[in-house]
Write a protein that binds this ligand. Structure first.
Ligand SMILES: [Zn+2]
Length: 329
């Protein structure tokens, strides 16, 4: 008992005053409420608002213990190229600084990062794990990041990364969750209406959004977005990845996501009418003139089907990109 108490005092969950009376610290209260060990919640100590989301994910998987969070072991990774591509292309001050977390921690963060930009099925497919493993890892990590945000409410970055995981969206999209009453469903509605982030909403005409979210919400959210942007400034920007790291962001007629590009190399393209049919994924999709009928295309423009069609059409620049992404495979 004494040992447990001194451990909790050391970890910051309990404190002892001059008279020797014990009290539970705010850190200890959050840990108890969230049913997490104090040392896991204390992992939020190092997070700053300038951390890239990937760095927050790395810290969370590290704090939670990759094995306890159910991160698949390295031998389960059939698609090392997807992992290498993520590690190469993602903005991360920790990786740039040469910090090297264990391979399992990197895998966990890469899976989570992928699931904020793709569906679970796509991530599972690209990384060679079961879709259920992606969902379970996200739920376990979300619990940790939400506890972190509860302990350090002033740290905006933690609220944004929690929103990224909850709504499976990128950092830009997560800024919309700062609006009162905007959960994952409204966030998706706003993005489908062509509003990518809080800044864009602040500049939007509410009349153009009433069809998607209703007049009352459109007026309220645009007003709130204007207020937040004027007080917080630009908050959703990811710091750029350093171009000298092996994994960069590749720009070919827009931003090409390395995970989607790796997936594209496994798809089959057959001519159909004036366009092509792309098969080999969960569903067949029709691509014509860089347009695609999949839901991902509405979000990213460069979905894996459009990329596959361009590869098949002999886009040399994109082919070079694909082989450099898969290098080290
Ligand atoms: Zn598509």
């Amino acid at each position: 008992m004494q040992g447990a108490i001194s451990a909790l005092i050391e970890q910051g969950g309990l404190s002892r005053d001059e008279q020797g009376r014990l009290s539970v610290t705010p850190l200890g209260q959050v840990a108890a409420r969230c049913l997490l060990p104090v040392h896991v919640v204390a992992g939020a100590r190092d997070v700053t608002d300038s951390d890239a989301p990937f760095d927050v994910l790395l810290r969370a998987v590290q704090a939670g213990g990759a094995a306890q969070l159910g991160v698949p072991g390295l031998e389960a990774w059939t698609a090392r190229a997807a992992l290498d591509a993520t590690l190469a292309g993602v903005p991360s001050a920790l990786l740039d600084a040469g910090v090297s977390p264990s391979p399992e921690v990197c895998c966990g963060a890469a899976l989570l990062h992928g699931s904020c930009h793709n569906t679970d099925a796509e991530v599972a497919d690209a990384f060679g794990v079961y879709p259920g493993a992606v969902a379970a890892l996200r739920d376990a990590t979300l619990r940790i990041v939400e506890a972190w945000a509860a302990w350090r409410p002033a740290q905006l970055r933690l609220r944004l990364v929690a929103a990224m995981l909850r709504a499976q969206t990128d950092l830009d999209g997560a800024t919309l969750s700062l609006l009162r009453g905007v959960g994952p469903a409204h966030l998706r509605a706003l993005r489908l209406a062509g509003v990518p982030n809080l800044e864009a909403l602040a500049e939007a005409d509410p009349a153009g959004l009433t069809a998607s979210v209703g007049a009352g919400r459109a007026d309220r959210w645009v007003a709130e977005a204007r207020f937040l942007v004027s007080t917080l400034g630009v908050i959703g920007r990811e710091p750029p990845a350093r171009p000298d790291r092996a994994a960069r962001r590749y720009a070919v007629g827009g931003e090409v996501d390395p995970v989607r590009l790796v997936r594209a190399t496994f798809l089959t393209v057959t001519p159909a009418g004036r366009g092509v049919t792309v098969t080999g994924g969960a569903q067949a999709h029709a691509v014509q003139d860089d347009g695609c009928d999949c839901p991902d295309h509405r979000r990213t423009r460069l979905c894996k089907h459009v990329l596959a069609a361009r590869l098949a059409a002999g886009d040399l620049e994109l082919r070079a990109l694909a082989s450099s992404v898969s290098a080290g495979y």
